[in-house]
Design a protein around this ligand. Structure first.
Ligand SMILES: NC(=O)c1ccc[n+]([C@@H]2O[C@H](COP(=O)([O-])OP(=O)(O)OC[C@H]3O[C@@H](n4cnc5c(N)ncnc54)[C@H](OP(=O)(O)O)[C@@H]3O)[C@@H](O)[C@H]2O)c1
Length: 232
């Protein structure tokens, strides 16, 4: 199996890449940087906010079964939309929605139907529940959810062997949560609730979340595209 993972420099993506490498899989990281030295690791440099760079990626024809994890994501500027610039909004939608959509399109074209393809689009509970001062982030993940469902139906109509998950991973102890906690309460009414998640030990370590994802993918595919690790 070839495992593609976007955003492997830290957080969940780094933990997923480490976990798949320790299982002996070939891992291809896509992103701005990484620190892997494993012989089974390959890196494709790409800034996912830059759609020209994303468009220029070429996977050719893939010969093995493929697991493609669109993990990279940003929370963006945490403030009310009235306080944001248009480029704040654009960055979030580029990195969280348009880049994963373009990558899904490329991989759906490049995989070998006889070998099979699994796509995991890392989503968020914030794509189902609006959070003030996260409008772009919420919208970016909601769009990723419905996109994932639509392409699953397309591939099913074509009778192809494609499994697609739009997976909410739950709250994870990463840099993203650190950024959320460091935002002051004035423009972000949920600030205290996120600080409380850390102090009460409710954040899950990324390595644990990675293991839960591997476990989920090992189970029989139910065709439920929208899924969550929250209660697993
Ligand atoms: N943490 C949570 O509680 C939580 C909850 C729900 C969903 N999620 C989702 O889980 C995923 C992983 O988040 P995380 O918590 O692990 O975040 P993180 O620690 O901030 O890591 C994000 C990763 O994405 C990469 N990335 C960001 N912008 C990029 C760009 N323009 N081009 C290439 N790579 C880029 C980062 O690489 P650089 O080092 O280059 O920035 C990094 O490797 C995201 O999709 C996030 O929305 C997280």
């Amino acid at each position: 199996m070839q495992v593609f993972i976007t955003g492997v420099s830290k957080g969940l993506g780094k933990a997923l890449a480490s976990a798949y490498l320790s299982l002996g899989e070939d891992v291809i990281g896509i992103g701005r940087s990484h620190a892997f030295t494993d012989k089974n690791f390959r890196f494709i440099s790409c800034d996912l906010e830059n759609l020209e760079q994303v468009n220029n990626l070429d996977f050719g024809k893939l010969s093995a079964s493929v697991l493609f994890i669109n993990n990279a994501g940003i929370i963006g500027s945490i403030e009310r939309i009235s306080e944001q610039t248009s480029s704040d909004i654009q960055s979030v939608l580029n990195a969280n929605t348009l880049a994963p959509m373009l990558l899904c399109q490329k991989i759906v074209k490049a995989f070998m139907p006889s070998e099979g393809l699994t796509i995991v689009n890392i989503s968020s509970g914030a794509g189902k529940r609006a959070i003030p001062s996260w409008a772009s982030y919420c919208a970016s993940k909601a769009a990723l959810d419905i996109f994932s469902e639509a392409i699953y139906l397309e591939e099913k109509e074509r009778g192809r062997n494609v499994k697609i998950y739009a997976l909410s991973p739950g709250v994870i102890d990463t840099e993203m949560q650190k950024k959320i906690r460091s935002t002051n309460t004035n423009g972000f009414s949920s600030s205290d609730a996120f600080k409380e998640l850390k102090t009460s030990g409710k954040l899950v370590q990324p390595e644990r979340t990675a293991q839960k994802i591997i476990q989920l993918l090992a189970e029989e595919y139910s065709g439920e595209v929208i899924c969550s690790l929250k209660n697993s």
